[in-house]
Write a protein that binds this ligand. Sequence first.
Ligand SMILES: Cc1ncc(COP(=O)(O)O)c(C=O)c1O
Length: 347
Amino acid sequence: MIDLRSDTVTKPSEEMLDFMKGSQLGDDVYGEDPTVNELQEYVANLFGKEAALFVPTGTMSNQVSLGILTNPGEEVIADANAHIFIYENGAPSRWFGIQIMPIPSEDGAMPIEKIEQAIRPDVYYLPKTTVIELENTHNRHGGTILSLDYIKSVHELAKKNNIQMHLDGARIWNAHVATKTPLSEYGKYFDTVNVCFSKGLGAPVGSMVLSSRENIKKAWKIRKTLGGGMRQVGVLAAAAKFALVNNLHKLIDDHKKAVAFSLLMQKSGLFHIDEAKVQTNIVMVDLLHPIDMTIYVAELKNQGLLINAISKSRLRAVFHLNNSMHDASEAANIMTQVAKTYIDKLN
Ligand SMILES: Cc1ncc(COP(=O)(O)O)c(C=O)c1O
């Protein structure tokens, strides 16, 4: 079975499992797990941050970050398709009493003038704009990359208005390998950063909040409140370290698979793909013909391809460590054949 549903579906390799077995463990709620402590220091250093905190998921990492930066009643500016807005069950309002101000964009880069317009004036009856959140790469926009120039412009605007910045960097690794921008450069422009080890890097579990020492002290309290204090979790931190050291450079192969897949799909004339947006490991595929998406996805599965539909006419293909270049072309073949058969039946 070829699985293009997400880059979260990878399974740990034998080498990763061996590395995990050999890890030194302690109770991390006491801060005594040496493997976790080492990973926190290692990743904080990569991004030029003072400190870090290991958490179970990217969702928790984003939420802990927002909890650090805000007070109840405040507002966070984010892209209208941001993960924190769409896919986190309203957690910002639920846990921290804050709201998101969503701004539509083409590719995750909210227009600067729209951000500026969205910043609330300092009036007693308006919520205070406390944070601007960026997502890089951007999941729902199809793995698009935010340029460093764009990030700098947003940062400049934020600082001028005394607003903090959060980066949802679940896939910042993909942006890093695609653009060769040092991770420490990304780190400079954000007060808090979420990174995930369980996406393209291929670890089974784990994310991290990166920030100042003072903010990470707050993060410890929020993580505990959310139920994210884990015990001998070095066994998972070891997987994350293994993934970083061994798999980071392999992400570029996933980007190549995405391009190869897109080219084949375009050739068929049955799908539309915005090629300019095929920048990393995610490809958004639009159906050009009226095909029932539920039937289509079910038939793809029958033919050996797992893929998610994100609307009635759009599918999302995600390339990762556990699929090959051959899988990428085979997936395009299956998608084309199944679509052709469906259309032929209609005619
Ligand atoms: C951009 C982005 N942020 C955050 C998350 C949340 O990660 P998790 O599933 O570990 O909670 C995801 C998950 O896919 C994501 O794509």
